[in-house]
Every structure is written in C-alpha cells, then in structure tokens.
Design a protein. Structure first.
Lengths: 1011, 293
C-alpha cells in the first residue's frame, strides 16, 4: 500500500455521520468572510453551528468549570464522593462504554477512509488528466513541444488550479508494427510497436533505465521499450535494425505483404518494462507504471526523443507526419477530499473543460479529447462509499440507542442508590443548588475519567474492528488502524458531547423534587411507553414510511429515498418492534410459570415470577438484550443474504457457470469436444430470439428462450422460487415445439390462462419471399400453447415492465425445436452454450480451458460477481458489516459486565433475605439462573424475529438497484448459532457472577446495610 | 405564645399514579411549648409520621396553620423549608440507613450537618467529636455504620440530628428496631439532651414504655388528635384509653405487659362471649371486650 492517503480529508472526516455538524461549524468559520447566498438550509446550519455547537462543546464545560470554582456544594464533596464513588464507578463504566463506542467508530471510519480510498487508488494508477490531440503534425522542433505544453499551463493558471497539477508530461504516439522473427515459434511475425517521441522528465527516466545499450543519440535511433516476453519472441536486439510500418489492417492482414510505407531504425538500447520501477511524479510519492502513462497495451514501444521521433515519423510516407499528441497532467491525489468527491469531480471536470477550450483556442486543434480516469475512479468510489454509508447509517442509530439505553440503565441504578444519600442530605437541609453543583462536579470527574478510559478502551476495539474483516469468513481484507490528531479530536468532541448529555440527564433526574414521601418507593409502575403506545406509533410510522419508499411512482428516486426514507423506516420498525415485543414479556413469564408449575419445578416457577414483579426493570434489560441480539442477527443475515444475492444475481444474468455467447451451434463436433473436457461437467445449447410485432403505435416483443429439454436442467441455473413447480416438471411439459412457458404476470396481461392458445404475429424473414413480395420481411401468424407459468427465468426476464403500454414484452420459454417453426433471419437468433464446470476445478481454469478450445466470448460467473474476496466493494461492504458485528459483541460484553455489577448491588438484599430463610447456594443459583435463562430465551426469540425483520427491510434498501430476480433472505444457521451461543454464554456467565459473589457476603451485614 | 402552634392542619396525599385522594391529617389542632418532650402515639396510618414530616418541613401542608417558632411552615416554599431544616430541625428515623450514610464513618456522618452550616473544618471536627462523646460514641467515631450495633447506629444518628444544635428534634420510632435495654439507653440520651439543651423534642412511637419517658403523650387517630395525657399520670395499662388495632389487624401490646408475662413470639387468640382472649401456652394473658355485631 502506498502512502497516497487523502491528507486534506483530515478535517473532512468531521463531516461524517455524527460529526457533520462539527465540520460545518468549522467550514462556516473558515468561510465566514465570503459572501454567500443564504438559503434556508444555510441558515439552519448556521444556527446549528454558531449556537448549538458552541453551547454543547464549549460553553457547557465552561459552565462546569465556573461551577467548580464557585461551587456551593464543594463542602459536601468529601463525604459524598467517599459515599458514592462505587456508584459513580458504575456510571463511569456506562459512560466509558459510550465514549469507547464513539471513539472506535470514529477511528474505524477514519481508518476505513484511508483504506477504502487507497484500495481504489491502487486499482487505478492513472491519476492524471490526459489531453489527447489526434492527427497532429509533429514538427522537428522544440518550439512545438514547448508551445503545446505551455497551453496546458495557461489553462491551469487561468482557473488558478496549477497547484493541483504536480507535473506535466508530453509525448506523441503513432501506432506502428514491425516485422521480426520469433525464435521460439520459429516464424516471422508482425507485432505492434508504436513510435513514441518525448522529452523532459520522461526522457531522463528512460535514459536512466536502459538495461542494455545506450540512449538514442543519432537520427533514426530508438530505444526499444519492451517486455521480456516481447523481447524473447522477437529478433529486436541492441544495434539491430528494424522496420517500422504503419498499421493498416488490410496490408497487415495480407500476410507479410508489408507496404512500402515504412522506415528503418536502429535500436540503440533496450529498456525492459519488467525491470522498470514505477515512474515517480514530482511532489508525490505515488509511483505509476510506465505502461499506463504511455498506454503500452502491446507491452512494447519504439521510443526516441522529440525531434528524432518527428524525423522517423515523417520518413514513413503514409503517416503524413501525423501522430497523437498526449499531454498527461498528474493530479495531486493528496489534495483529494475523499468525502467531498462531488466538488473534487467538478474541479477535475473544470480543469478538463478549460484544457479543451484553451487547446481549441490557442492551437486550433479540432480533435482535442480529454480523458480523466480519475473522474471514473472518484465516481466509482463515491458509489461504493454511498453503499458503505447506507450500512453505517443503518447500524449507527441502533448502536447509539443501545449505548444511550445502557448508560441510562446504569444511571438509573446509580440514581436509586444515590437517592438514599441525597435524601438524607435533603432532610438535613441541603439546598438543591448544593446537591446539583456537587453532582455536576461529580459528573465532570466521572466524565473526565471516562473520557480518558473510553478512548483507551475504544482504541483496541477499533483496532480489532479494522483487523477483523476476515471474521466469519466474509472477507479477507484487513485495514491497518490509522490514528490521526483530527480523529482523536473528533472522538474527544463526540465523547464530550455524549458525556455532557448524560451528565445533564443524570443531574436533572437526581435533582427532581425529592421529599421524604418519595423515599424508598419501589418502582413497580409499567414502562411509560405502554401508556402512550410509543411502540405502536413507531411501527405505524415505520410501516407508512416503508409503503412510501416502496411506492411505484418513487421507484425512479430509490437511490435517494433508500437512505432518507427506507433506512428511517427500518429503524422505526426495529425500535417499535423491540418495544412492542416487551409487552409480551409478562405473558411469556406467565407461560414459563405455568409450565414449571406443571413440571413441579417450584424454584423456577417462583423465580420467573420476578419478571412480572419487577416488570419495568426487566423490560429495560430485555430491551437492551433484544436490541443487541437483533443487531447480531442482522449483521450476520444481511451480508450472508447480500453475498448470496450477488452471486445469484450473477448466475441469473449469465444463466450458468460459464456461457459462450455466439456459439456455433451447427458445429456439433465442437460441443462434443467441450463436453469431453474433464473440466466440464455438462453443457447445453440455448437459443434466444425476439419476435416483434407492431400494432399501430404499439410495439409487442415476444422474447423466446429455447432450451434443450433434456440437457437444460443439469447445466443451467434455476432457483426453486423462480417457479411454483420444480424445473423438471416445468420443462418436461415442453414436449411439443409449440408449447411454451409464460411469465406469470404477463400471462395475466395477455388475459390468458394455462392451457390456452396464444396467437402471435411477428415480423418474419424468409429470403425466398423476396421474389414474391419484393421483400424478405413479412408478418407471420402462429399460435403457441401455454403449458405452464413461471415467475423468473435466468437470462430471459431482466425486468417486468408492464406499465409501458407503447412497448410490451412477453417472455416465453420453449423447447429448442421451436426455432424450426419460426422464420427469422440467421442473425436474429442469439446462440449460447451454457457450461457447468466440474466442481473439482477452479472456475477460472475451466474457463481458460474452454476458451482455448472454442475462442469467442466466454464469460464465467465469477467475473460477474462484484462482492468477492478482496474486491473494493467487498471490502467496503463487509467492513461495515463486520464493524457492526464486532461492535455488537463488544457492547454486549460490556453490557453484561455492567449488568452483573448492577445485579451484584441491586440484588444483595434480596439474596441475603433468601439466604436468611434458608435457601441453599444451589437453590439460589437455580433461582436466579432460571430468571436470566427465561429472560435470555425471550430476548433471543425476540432478537431473531426483530433481527430478521430488520435484515429483510435493509436488504430491501440495499437491493434497490434491481428487482429481478428478487433476493431470497438467507438464514445462515451455523453462523447464527455460533454467535448467539457465544452471546448467550457470555450473558449466562454475567448472570452467575452476582449470585456467586453474593454467597460470600455475610447475611447480617447485607440485610442491615440494605434494610 | 406556644413554640409550636398547629391549627386545623390538613394533609391530603394525591398519588400521581392513581386518582385516589388519601387524607392523612384531617384538621389537627395542637400547641407545644418550648423545651417540651412530647410523644405521639397512634395506630399505623393514623397520621403520626405525616405530622412529624410537616413539623420537619419535609412535607407541604394541604391546608391549615402551622408555625414552629417564628417559622410559618404552611406558607413556605421548598427553598424556605430547606433553609428551616438546615438550621432548626434534627431528625432521627427508625430505619438506621435513613439516618446515616452507610459508606462513611460515624464522625463524617456527624460532620455533614456542620458542613451544611459552613462550619470551619477544625471547629466542625471538634464539635462532631463532642457530639459523639455526648451520646457515648466517641470511641467508635471512625467506624462505619455497618460496623456498629443497632443501638450504636441510632446513637450516632442522634448525634447527627443534634450536631447543628437545632431548636426541634423529631424522631420517628427511634427505638423501633432496638431491644428494650438498648432502647432504654437511647431514651436516656434523648432525655438527657432534652434536659441539658432545652431542646423541644417530639417522638412518634407505638410503645407506651417509650412514651412514658416523655413529658406529654398525644394520641392521634385517623388524622385527628384524640387525646392528651401528661405521661406522669400514666400509671398502668388500665389508665390507657385503649390499645390500638391497626388497619391490618395488628395489635401492639405494651412493653411492660410483654416483659411481665414474658410473652413469646407466638400467642394464641380466641374469642369468647364477645371477648378476645390472648393466651400463651394455653394460659390466659389478657382479655379485651370486642364490639358485638
């Protein structure tokens, strides 16, 4: 990996997800002097940036400091802190967790930014803008070289972008070939070897890399820049002479009848491409292979300097001295703002437009072409990053929710315990301001400690995340952890915000009017959301949003609606369902009580009653567990489904493992040869034809895929849910050439049923008709019998567009003999050979073997799969998923630790009381474990259901780009079992800890202390 | 003018979670003089603790007139009441961990009221130690409450309640969790501090023996004062108007009866000719006439 990290993107990281506000704030400060149009969005951001953020980030800590200095509650600090540090510590664990989650998220995103962009850069080394001027007369003068190069400079200066271009290189290139003797095959060959003339840095670079011989010094001398392979297959050597011909295919084709248009050059030196180190651009440490710069597809070139090259070019008569002038402008990729690619793309486009205009204006060249591979690269990265962000957005909210619930949970417990101390103080006459300021100070201390520890804890978690993409075999890509000052800064800012939020909530809650009457109240009320039907409201909103998202009229905007409607809908339904399911918890516990009573498991029966007794507390725990289980389920189900979907999509597009398009079906010998290959398991011929009819302004197309009924099934891809019947049952019905299978929905549009005859008219072709009617084309009627229906058929049904009445498509499947009953032009049918590879061979090897036999267009399914190991997309997609999964695990582990600590304190009295009445440790263990097991069982079931629903909805968001074939939700039982078992085990251990610990405590002390 | 003056004091609880309105005090009329040591007695739910909370400035009267010294508690806001409590009131509750913070030492607990007054550190420690010495707990000042016995915890609680030298000491069944010997000790400290400091002390109790240690006994039933007796007049059980039956059917027997007859945890109860007979091991303990329907 090179170091071409997007350095300028440091501050832009702030614009990501949660931190977009922060970034906007700074960008506003930076651009405050600039006048800009103030639309409503701008005003909104300004308010947010100038008011909300400073208050949250700067003023509140300042307020804390002031409180600290003029603290009315400072005199209470010592006893209260001494009394409450244990509860503060629990609270600190919660806050630390929140900080850790935020920190690792930021570090992960930041590291990911480096990795993802580098992956894309590595895939595309052509980080330059290329000006190509074709058919330029190359003069034997440096003036031309300089003036041509100067135009680029003028254009860049005009738009003040010269700092974006690190270096310019100019060369001309003219396609040529030579005649040489291949000593290996022992024959004379005509390989391509373009003529290139250059100067400047390229000249120096080549001169420095000559492997044999020397640089050209005399007229008609060239450097042969070749690969080893090319060198070995030719007689080109130092000091040998070679003829350069222009590539006119006709003359080249007239085997060895080379034209007179040639010139003879001497090879002064050899540069081996295989030995060349990458070409380094000034001001950048990115190396670019020379082959990319000179576009040496042939892996060979005859390179010389500008004037000498012009002389050689002009000496070949038929070139008329014309060549393509290439100016490569190397873009400063370090300046690329990886998160504002739209701006970056526009900048590059602007440079391109200006270059074109200036070349047209100053040099009057009419054929100026601007190529920027960088734009394609950036656009491609942007698409991929959108996908990544979709995932991140989807999982961000549940994770934040989980963190907040957990922190509030911890705070609630702490509050319950602190209430006692604060009540005593209140009774003794402490003022609210004193207690409030003390609590604020305490929060500040807890927050500060948590901030430091959170970042420390977050670091290894993010390191784990970045290195764990291979987790559960999703991908092998790993990302090195990148830590930068700005990411630390963002993590601290985000965490400080979270701490402040928690601090304010805690302080306000603890400061709520307290009186002696409130003291010691047992919280037995039902959760508030029950009363206000928050769960139902969330579900209804979510479903309504989902319906809007799925509205056919909005299909065109699905890319946009996916993120802003689809994901919110999913999150609402997820939260709503989790809350709703908690209503079933008492029913569930009652059922368990009933069962255990029937089974005479008295302790279980007694203990599970706790769930109903402390419903609110259990519902809170259940919510956290359900949410984390749901996250785990979705983060396993989604990638599994998506990967399967992607693979199946590729199969659907292709139809089989390997497909040869345009296969000569009449060559039965060739098919037999293919079948005989050990790498091939089976093959089948498939023919496709479009029969067209025009009725007024209505165009009807009958697309017919004809198959070999006996061979098709064992070779072709077909998923069970593509039809309501098994494939065998479907195709065995095609025992007559005029029997067809019809797409189910289309059958409805045709107003036909299975068993009906469909009359079709199509534009037929028959050469013999020319004599009769003056044209080989005529309309022919035929009727086919519908024997069955299907939903989807690979290769055939790409979309179901039944809405457009001007152009209707019907898709039929028939036996291959159908083709004998229709009259079509020979070129109207597309013939395929579907091949199934032998599973003991690599598909790529099978493809290569088939290709060597048949030639032609051979495609294998692996080329069509874009989510595969080490592909940038795979890396992006699965990094996002993995991060969520690991995060869920990490959060779960911490939740359970916290849960155990809370239990230890909360249940002490209860456990002591039970021990006092003579319960044995075993019974006690049984008692509590039964409750936790019941809770875990309930949350596992809920987690599976909610996780599955969420996954299904998220898949609906992710699979917006196509609807045919529909994705089938996967359910990776093994992966789920492993993950859920690990979680359950962790939870179980978490639950046993307090019980064991409590058994060590002395009963009397416990009882008296908590009396 | 009496030190404490209560006229037609009403308190109605209106819990948020239900529409029920629960009257706790239904027009209490009471005068208490400065330096008096008063006990309030009555069945569970009669309003004793509510009256105590009102006097402590911990609950807001629903209606009526309530004055303690110069403080018109019926007109006070929460902030005023907080100020009133800080300087004027000391409280001692039945449950030990309502009096003390369990995680800090006895001395630190006693220091808290002094901290709230802003007493300088040296003086604060000195006064706290003196206070602990007054209740006989100076030798255990560095112990945490969980290391102390029940009686000791309550004595430290008493030291806390009196550390800031309040005008009024309020105690809600302070001996409820103590055996009779320890209770007797605590009461002696109570009485001693009442005598030497001239503090007005009001104590809620179920126990007639405890009540007898006070100057005056006030009976409260169903939120109203049902009688006053100078405790000096209380000689025997027969002097009492009645033994109270609480809303759950609980009956509190006078301590001296229990001690005298050595009543165990279990006693038998039978009804005979309109009389309730309590017996121990089949022996007659006490009988009481019950109303015939």
């Amino acid at each position: 990996m090179n170091d071409s990290s997007p350095k300028r993107a440091h501050h832009n990281l702030l614009s990501q997800n949660l931190f977009i506000m922060t970034r906007t704030y700074f960008s506003f400060i930076a651009s405050s002097s600039k006048k800009e149009e103030e639309d409503q969005v701008n005003i909104f951001w300004k308010i947010l940036s100038f008011v909300v953020l400073p208050i949250t980030i700067f003023l509140l800590p300042l307020f804390d400091i002031i409180l600290l200095i003029f603290l009315p509650g400072l005199h209470l600090f010592k006893p209260l802190f001494k009394a409450g540090w244990k509860y503060g510590f629990i609270s600190a664990i919660g806050v630390t967790l929140a900080v850790a989650v935020i920190t690792q998220y930021v570090f992960f995103i930041y590291s990911y930014q480096f990795q993802a962009f580098n992956l894309f850069l590595a895939d595309e080394p052509r980080t330059y803008i290329q000006v190509q001027v074709e058919s330029t007369y190359i003069q034997q003068s440096f003036n031309q070289y300089n003036s041509f190069d100067r135009i680029a400079n003028i254009a860049l200066n005009y738009i003040n972008m010269s700092d974006r271009i690190l270096q310019r290189d100019l060369f001309f290139k003219r396609g040529m070939f030579t005649q040489t003797f291949d000593p290996i095959t022992n024959e004379t060959i005509l390989p391509n070897i373009p003529l290139i003339g250059t100067e400047g840095k390229l000249r120096t670079y080549l001169s420095n890399n000559i492997a044999i011989g020397r640089a050209p010094e005399n007229p008609y001398e060239i450097l042969a820049v070749v690969s080893y392979d090319y060198y070995n297959h030719s007689s080109i050597r130092v000091n040998s002479s070679m003829n350069l011909y222009i590539p006119i295919s006709l003359t080249k084709d007239a085997s060895l009848h080379v034209p007179d248009a040639y010139t003879t050059v001497n090879v002064s030196g050899i540069v081996f491409l295989d030995e060349l180190s990458d070409y380094n651009v000034l001001g950048s440490n990115i190396g670019i292979p020379l082959e990319y710069i000179l576009e040496l597809n042939e892996r060979a070139a005859a390179v010389t300097w500008w004037i000498g090259g012009a002389k050689i070019l002009q000496s070949v008569v038929m070139t008329y001295g014309l060549a393509t002038m290439n100016e490569d402008l190397f873009y400063d990729v370090n300046a690329i703002d990886a998160f504002h690619l739209e701006d970056e793309i526009n900048t590059i486009k602007l440079i391109g437009v200006e270059l074109k205009e200036w070349y047209l204006l100053l040099a009057a060249y009419s054929q100026v072409r601007i190529n920027s591979f960088l734009i394609d690269l950036l656009e491609s990265f942007q698409d991929e990053y959108n996908l990544y962000q979709t995932f991140m957005y989807s999982f961000l909210s549940p994770i934040i929710a989980l963190t907040i619930i957990l922190t509030v949970y911890a705070a609630n417990l702490v509050r319950k315990k602190r209430d006692q101390q604060l009540t005593i103080l209140t009774e003794r006459g402490a003022k609210r301001s004193e207690i409030g300021s003390y609590l604020t100070l305490e929060s500040l201390i807890i927050g500060g400690v948590s901030l430091v520890f959170g970042v420390i804890v977050g670091l290894p978690i993010s390191a784990l995340l970045t290195r764990s993409s291979g987790f559960l075999s999703f991908s092998n890509t790993t990302i090195p952890l990148q830590i930068d000052l700005s990411s630390v800064y963002v993590a601290l800012m985000g965490s400080a915000g979270a701490i402040l939020l928690i601090q304010i909530v805690n302080t306000i809650t603890l400061l709520k009017k307290r009186s002696i009457e409130d003291y010691g109240k047992v919280e037995k009320s039902l959760p508030k959301y029950y009363k206000y039907f928050v769960d139902i409201i969330l579900i209804v909103f979510g479903v309504v949003l989902w319906i809007i998202y799925k509205m056919p009229s909005l299909t065109a905007y699905q890319d946009l609606t996916a993120r802003y409607v689809g994901i919110p809908a999913t999150i609402l339904v997820m939260f709503g369902s989790i809350l709703f399911m908690q209503r079933l918890l008492p029913l569930f516990s009652k059922a368990i009580v009933k069962i255990s009573t029937t089974l005479k498991a008295d302790i279980v029966s007694l203990s599970v009653r706790e769930i109903s007794r402390y419903q609110k507390s259990f519902v809170r725990s259940s919510m956290i567990l359900t949410l984390s289980f749901s996250l785990v389920v979705s983060s396993i189900v989604i990638p599994y489904t998506y990967q399967t979907y992607n693979t199946e999509g590729a199969y659907y597009d292709l139809g089989a493992d390997i497909v040869i398009r345009g296969f000569p079906i009449d060559n039965t010998y060739l098919k037999t040869e293919v079948d005989a290959l050990p790498e091939v398991e089976s093959s089948t011929i498939v023919r496709f034809v479009n029969l067209r009819d025009v009725q007024g302004d209505l165009s009807i197309t009958y697309s017919v895929l004809t198959i070999n009924v006996t061979e098709y099934e064992q070779t072709a891809y077909f998923r069970k849910d593509f039809a309501s019947k098994p494939l065998t049952d479907l195709i065995t019905q095609l025992d007559n050439p005029l029997k067809v299978l019809v797409q189910k929905d289309e059958l409805g549009v045709l107003n036909q049923n299975i068993g009906d005859e469909i009359s079709i008219t199509y534009r037929a072709y028959n050469e013999s008709m020319r004599e009769i009617i003056g044209s080989p084309f005529f309309y022919e009627n035929m009727s086919v019998s519908v024997v069955d229906e299907y939903n989807y058929w690979p290769v055939l049904v790409k979309e179901l567009s039944l809405g457009n009445v001007r152009s209707i498509f019907y898709h039929f499947v028939a036996s291959i003999e159908f083709m004998d009953y229709i009259q079509i032009a020979p070129f109207d049918a597309i013939d395929y050979l579907f091949i199934k590879g032998n599973s003991s061979y690599e598909l790529a090897d099978v493809t290569e073997r088939v290709l060597s036999l048949t030639g032609g267009i051979v495609t294998n399914v692996e080329d069509e799969i874009f989510v595969k190991e080490d592909s940038p997309r795979s890396s992006i997609l699965f990094s996002a998923i993995n991060s969520t999964l690991i995060m869920s695990f990490a959060i779960n582990a911490i939740i359970l630790t916290l849960f155990a600590s809370i239990q230890l304190i909360d249940k002490a009295r209860e456990i002591a009381t039970m021990k006092a009445i003579g319960i044995s440790t075993n019974q006690l263990l049984k008692y509590y474990l039964a409750v936790y097991l019941a809770l875990l069982l309930f949350t596992t079931i809920c987690g599976l259901i909610v996780g599955y629903i969420t996954s299904a909805m998220l898949m609906g968001v992710l699979a917006t780009n196509r609807t045919v074939p529909p994705y089938a939700m996967g359910f990776p039982i093994v992966q789920l079992l492993i993950s859920m078992s690990a979680l359950l085990l962790a939870a179980f251990i978490g639950a046993t800890v307090p019980t064991f610990s409590s058994s060590k405590e002395e009963i009397g002390t416990e009882l008296r202390q908590s009396a | 003018m009496s030190f404490i003056e209560i006229r037609d004091l009403i308190k109605i609880y209106n819990p948020k979670e239900s529409n029920l309105r629960v009257p706790a005090l239904r027009g209490v009329e009471l005068n208490i003089e400065q330096g008096e040591f008063i006990s309030i007695i009555g069945p569970s739910g009669s309003g004793k603790t509510t009256l105590l909370l009102m006097l402590a400035g911990m609950a807001e009267p629903s209606a009526g007139y309530l004055r303690v010294g110069d403080f018109r508690l019926d007109q006070y806001t929460e902030a005023d009441r907080s100020h009133y409590r800080r300087f004027n009131v000391g409280t001692l509750w039945q449950i030990p961990n309502r009096n003390l913070i369990w995680e800090i030492s006895a001395l630190e607990n006693v220091e808290i009221p002094l901290r709230l007054l802003g007493t300088p550190r040296e003086q604060r420690i000195k006064e706290a130690k003196e206070m602990l010495a007054e209740v006989g707990m100076d030798h255990r000042m560095n112990h945490k409450p969980k290391q102390l016995s029940g009686g000791e915890v309550q004595r430290v609680g008493l030291a806390c309640a009196l550390a800031h030298k309040p005008l009024l000491l309020l105690a809600d069944e302070p001996t409820g969790e103590l055996d009779s010997k320890t209770a007797g000790e605590l009461l002696r400290y109570f009485k001693h501090l009442n005598d030497i400091r001239g503090i007005t002390a009001i104590m809620v109790t179920h126990d007639f023996d405890v009540a007898k240690a006070t100057d005056r006994l006030i009976q409260i039933v169903d939120g109203r004062i049902s009688g006053y007796s100078p405790t000096a007049d209380l000689k025997t059980i027969s002097d009492m108007h009645q033994v109270y039956l609480d809303r759950y059917g609980g009956l509190q027997l006078p301590r001296h009866i229990i001690d005298k007859l050595e009543v165990q945890q279990k006693i038998s109860i039978t009804e005979e000719n309109g009389k309730i007979i309590l017996s121990q091991n089949g022996d007659f303990v006490a009988s009481k006439k019950v109303k015939k329907d």
